[in-house]
Structures are given as structure tokens and as C-alpha cells.
Design a protein around this ligand. Structure first.
Ligand code: NDP
Ligand code: GDR
Length: 357
């Protein structure tokens, strides 16, 4: 029997880590993930695919570690002996990176360097080829230089997070060019899902909306509604990560939908879906503004389409609705979509009764 391919994922407990793990398990991989020790469980997103490691069928294994701890990264690499490494771990919140710049840069920038150094030594010592994926971000484009943004668009990062991602991007290019490492940068635009962290704007909206519908919340507070983002579906985006590591040559790719929408449009579609007017529920709080904002992101995914055969499968409106559906379902409220027409009327009466409009 042939051995399954072994992959190592940093950030396995995050949104993307969980979808990528599912994809790799489906493809027959043995998946190893690095998790941080926390005082409460942080494995909610992967609990459904975890099988106790004593079980002979187990193919998902977790290891304690941290991108700020290079010794442990090296030890895990030696133990796991992966052929693919996906570096998704990060303090990934842009606003928070202004509050905690040193930690953000340490985990995002230096963390990537620590991992690359560990891989370089491991590969030189064992002769085993390791393929490396770096989770780059459209935030690296920052202040608008060109529309749409593509692989050749100059970076102009506008946050500690984005500066650290630019550093990690160029280190990845340098390890490819200096040591022949099979290293790819994905430059991924915003991607969302029901598993999106609760403080990112899309999930913050859909979660609050569900609570408004349930009658347990009256208002939600947001910052800049004018910002425009190219929002896609996370499940589609982890497929692109995997595809990059299956090519004959390493390269860098923009992954995006090619469409941009204001935060306001997300609100309109989400609230409109349950027949509410968002302006009745959304208030402004300057706490959610950033010292420097990224006003407009729109990606050109032509290269990923051409070379990887990658396509997004979910439209913006479908994405908003699937996130609203999931947050409603989590509170036991049925979807207001067409297949529940009778229910939709009921829901709207229910909503009006609960929120008093
Ligand atoms: P999440 O914030 O959902 O997940 C981040 C993951 O990193 C979590 O597993 C977290 O662990 C882990 N982590 C945080 N700090 C450290 C550390 N010091 N050492 C090791 N692991 C750490 O992010 P996403 O899944 O949304 O994003 C995945 C990656 O892709 C990130 O690097 C992000 O910056 C990048 N990215 C994301 C985009 C998006 O739109 N989602 C777009 C472009 C890039 P814990 O659960 O313990 O907090
Ligand atoms: P972003 O995502 O910064 O693009 O980074 P986020 O959802 O946090 O913000 C998107 C836009 O919405 C505006 N906004 C608010 N944002 C938050 N979080 N909370 C609010 O209340 C709010 N009100 C308005 C923001 O100002 C911004 O313009 C995400 C992360 O996943 C990064 O890790 C990733 O690299 C990029 O996407 C691509």
C-alpha cells in the first residue's frame, strides 16, 4: 500500500485551515496541524474531522506549537516529515494589528521566516522536497496603485499586518530564488464563510443580523461602510492554495473574484434577505475605524484561472445569503429563501414582532 501524502498546516484552527484540512483529507492526505495552547478549546472548526489518534483510521494529527517559537517548528518538521506545508497561521486582524503591531509582525513576518529557515535546513539535510504555500494577502496592495490589482501591481501596505505580509511575501520569493525551494505566494483577496471569525465585518454583520431577527439584539455598531472589498467564498480559495502546490513550477498567484462591493452593499443584501432595512439597525462607532484605511480592493484572477484552472463558484449575493442562512440556523431560525416561501411570511411576521418594526 502506498503511503498517503503528508501535509503540515499552521493556522489549522482558523477559517481557512479548517476548509483546507477537509479538502486534503478528501484527497487522501495525512494532515498535521499546529495548534496553540489556549485556556479554552480553540478547535471548534476542526472538531468534526478529528478522530482520536489511537484510532487506526486517524489521518488528522495536532501538534502544539507557535510561529513565534522556532525550535518547536523545527521539531515538528522533523517529526511529521511533510511534503507540503501551508503557512496559514497569523494574527490576521488588520485593525488589531494597529493595537498589537509587534506581536502581529512577529507571528506574520518573523514566523514565516522561522518556518522557511526550518524548511531550508530540513530539505538540505534530508534531500526531501518540501512544497511551501505562503498565505499572502490583498492587504499588501493597500493604497490604490492600479485597478484591478494583479501579480505585478506594486505593494503599498497600510497596516502593521500588511507590512508583515509584504515581508513574508518577499522572503518566500527569496527562498525560492536562493535555495530552489518550491515556494508559492497566494495573494488572496478577502474570503468569507460561516466559519469566518466573528470580528471580521461580514461575519459581524450576519451574526448580529441573526440575533436581531431572534430579538436578542437591537443595534450593531460598525466603522467605515464606504470601503470596497473583493469578497469570495473561503472554500473556493483553499482549493487555489492546493492547486498552486500541484504545479510543475512554483509561482505567485492573485486569487479573487474580480468584483468589488462596498460594506454598505453587504448590509443591503443581508438585511434585505430578511426584509429589514439595515439603516434601522446599524450605528457608527469610530472605534472600528483604522488609522489608515484600504479603500478599494479588486483583484484580477486571470493568471490563476489560466494556469491553475481555478474559478470561484459562489457569487457575492450567494455568499451573503449563505452566511446569513448559517447564522440564522445556528439560532434555530429557518432560511428565508425561496424553498421556504410559507416560512418566509411567517419569519417576517416573527421579525416584526420581535424587533418592533
Ligand atoms: P484566522 O484568523 O481565521 O486563523 C488564523 C489562524 O492562525 C488560527 O488557527 C490561529 O490560531 C493561528 N495563529 C494565530 N497566531 C498564531 C501564532 N503565533 N502561531 C501559530 N498560529 C497562530 O485566519 P484565516 O483562516 O481567515 O486566514 C488564514 C491565513 O490567510 C492568515 O495568514 C491570513 O492572514 C491570510 N489571509 C486571509 C484572508 C481572508 O480573507 N480570510 C485573505 C488573505 C490572507 P487560534 O485559533 O489559536 O487563534
Ligand atoms: P480586512 O477585513 O481588514 O479587509 O482583512 P475586515 O472584515 O476586518 O474589514 C473589511 C472592511 O470593513 C470595514 N469595516 C469594519 N471591519 C471590521 N472588522 N469591523 C467593523 O465593525 C467594520 N466596519 C467597517 C473595514 O474598515 C474594512 O475596510 C481581512 C482579513 O482576513 C485579513 O487577514 C486578510 O488579509 C484580508 O481580509 C484580505
Amino acid at each position: 500500500m502506498t503511503q498517503p501524502k503528508r501535509a503540515l498546516i499552521t493556522g489549522i484552527t482558523g477559517q481557512d485551515g479548517s476548509y483546507l484540512s477537509e479538502l486534503l483529507l478528501e484527497k487522501g492526505y495525512e494532515v498535521h496541524g499546529i495548534i496553540r495552547r489556549t485556556s479554552t478549546f480553540n478547535t471548534d472548526r476542526i472538531d468534526h474531522i478529528y478522530v482520536d489518534s489511537h484510532n487506526p483510521d486517524a489521518r488528522l494529527f495536532l501538534h502544539y506549537g507557535d510561529l513565534t517559537d522556532g525550535t518547536t517548528l523545527r521539531r515538528i518538521l522533523e517529526q511529521v516529515q511533510p511534503v507540503e506545508i501551508y503557512n496559514l497561521g497569523a494574527q490576521s486582524h488588520v485593525r488589531v494589528s494597529f493595537d498589537s503591531p509587534e506581536y502581529t509582525v512577529d507571528s506574520v513576518g518573523m514566523g514565516t521566516l522561522r518556518l522557511l529557515e526550518a524548511i531550508r535546513d530540513y530539505q538540505q539535510r534530508t534531500g526531501i522536497e518540501v512544497r511551501f504555500y505562503q498565505a499572502g494577502s490583498s492587504e499588501m496592495f493597500g493604497k490604490v496603485q492600479e485597478i484591478p490589482q494583479k501579480e505585478t501591481t506594486p505593494f503599498y501596505p497600510r497596516s502593521p499586518y500588511a507590512c508583515a505580509k509584504v515581508y513574508a511575501h518577499w522572503q518566500t520569493v527569496n527562498y525560492r530564488e536562493s535555495y530552489g525551494l518550491f515556494a508559492c505566494n497566494g495573494i488572496l483577496f478577502n474570503h468569507e464563510s460561516p466559519r469566518r471569525g466573528e470580528t471580521f465585518v461580514t461575519r459581524k454583520i450576519t451574526r448580529a443580523l441573526a440575533r436581531i431577527v431572534a430579538g436578542s439584539q437591537k443595534k450593531m455598531y460598525l466603522g467605515n461602510l464606504d470601503a470596497k472589498r473583493d469578497w469570495g467564498y473561503a472554500k473556493d480559495y483553499v482549493r487555489a492554495m492546493w492547486l498552486m502546490l500541484q504545479q510543475s513550477e512554483p509561482d505567485d498567484y492573485v486569487v479573487a473574484t474580480g468584483e468589488t462591493h462596498e460594506v454598505r452593499e453587504f448590509l443591503e443584501i443581508a438585511f434585505g434577505y430578511v426584509n429589514l432595512n439595515w439603516e434601522d439597525y446599524v450605528a457608527f462607532d469610530e472605534r472600528y475605524l483604522r488609522p489608515a484605511e484600504v479603500d478599494l480592493l479588486i483583484g484580477d484572477p486571470a493568471k490563476a484561472k489560466r494556469k491553475l484552472g481555478w474559478q470561484p463558484s459562489v457569487t457575492f449575493e450567494e455568499l451573503v445569503r449563505l452566511m446569513v442562512d448559517a447564522d440564522l440556523a445556528a439560532l434555530g431560525i429557518p432560511s428565508p429563501n425561496g424553498s421556504h416561501n410559507g416560512q418566509l411570511l411567517l419569519d417576517n411576521a416573527y421579525i416584526r414582532q420581535n424587533v418592533g418594526v
